[in-house]
Design a protein. Structure first.
Length: 186
């Protein structure tokens, strides 16, 4: 019999993802124009620069997220991932972005961040925040992390692991080398 509860929960910034997709689409249109009209070494160099900017937009705007699973909490940052077993999580809070506390240290997760407008509204105290504000969403994520800590924290899961975003770093490196070589042959 299947449980209705999802195995993993993922939290991320929708506005950042929308901005990232817009930047990548604009970059793809630029690349398409270069491929169709500008087939020279300078075109290759400019295409590499645009492609690097597209990869950086992906890393900065689309990639960051927080994933809660049964065994681990995964913090996907811009260029690296932290895989934290639930027995290592000692707490979570939100200052400007989500911070997860462990015995090893405090890890920041830009996948869940506060919008300055909501922070100002909270300080002033005038208008009531909507249920879908960044503060409400951040509080929900902290609550879910605390619930997972209680539910899965007793199971020994090992140590905190750090993994670099290898595909993204390799893509940036290859594009930089190809762009440099194209610049030499201009």
């Amino acid at each position: 019999m299947k449980s209705n509860e999802a195995e993993t929960e993922q939290y991320l910034s929708t506005s950042n993802r929308i901005s990232g997709v817009i930047v990548i689409v604009i970059g793809a249109v630029g690349l398409l124009d270069i491929v169709l009209e500008w087939r020279t070494a300078t075109g290759v160099m400019v295409g590499c620069v645009i492609a690097i900017l597209m990869v950086l937009a992906y890393c900065g705007l689309i990639r960051p997220s927080v994933t809660l699973g049964k065994e681990t909490l995964v913090l996907r940052n811009h260029l690296r991932d932290r895989v934290i077993p639930w027995n290592q999580v000692t707490g979570a809070d939100v200052a400007d972005i989500l911070r997860v506390h462990t015995p090893v240290g405090r890890f920041r997760a830009p996948g869940v961040q506060l919008v300055m407008r909501d922070l100002r509204k909270q300080r002033v105290g005038g208008r009531k925040l909507s249920p879908d504000s960044s503060l409400s969403r951040a509080d929900l994520v902290v609550g879910r992390i605390e619930a997972h800590m209680e539910q899965y924290g007793a199971v020994d899961g090992g140590e905190v692991k750090t993994n670099w975003a290898r595909p993204e770093l390799i893509a940036i490196g290859v594009l930089a080398v190809v762009g440099f070589v194209a610049a030499l042959f201009r």
